[in-house]
Write a protein of this length. Structure first.
Length: 113
């Protein structure tokens, strides 16, 4: 079977991409959010399957479509976007998870299950 994606490292088109995620808040409601991607690369294996992804995100562009919440999350309590404008995401497809690195710490980020 032939795959149209060749093995190698591929750059992601930032203007057509976003890092999107769901988070369950304390009221058991799922909130969907997204970061604009400044740059990203995907490593693809010989079968055309993604192996790893690395991305530099734009903290100032973080959005859940709730302006009050977004301002709070971008502030010093969470992202501190003014001081740490470019969080980094590193993920592996075989683990179904990755890591978000920002302001000196690296935290797990689970993929969809």
């Amino acid at each position: 079977m032939s795959n149209s994606i060749q093995a190698g490292t591929w750059s992601v088109e930032p203007s057509k991409s976003a890092a999107a995620f769901p988070v369950r808040n304390m009221i058991f409601k799922t909130v969907h959010g997204r970061f604009p991607i400044l740059s990203a690369e995907v490593l693809v294996d010989a079968d055309g399957a993604p192996l790893t992804v690395t991305a530099t995100l734009d903290a100032a562009g973080f959005s859940t479509d709730n302006p009050k919440r977004d301002t709070h999350v971008r502030g010093e309590d969470f992202l501190h976007a003014d001081a740490y404008p470019h969080p980094a995401f590193h993920g592996r497809s075989d683990a179904g998870a990755g890591y978000l690195a920002s302001h000196g710490s690296t935290d797990p980020a689970r993929g969809h299950q």
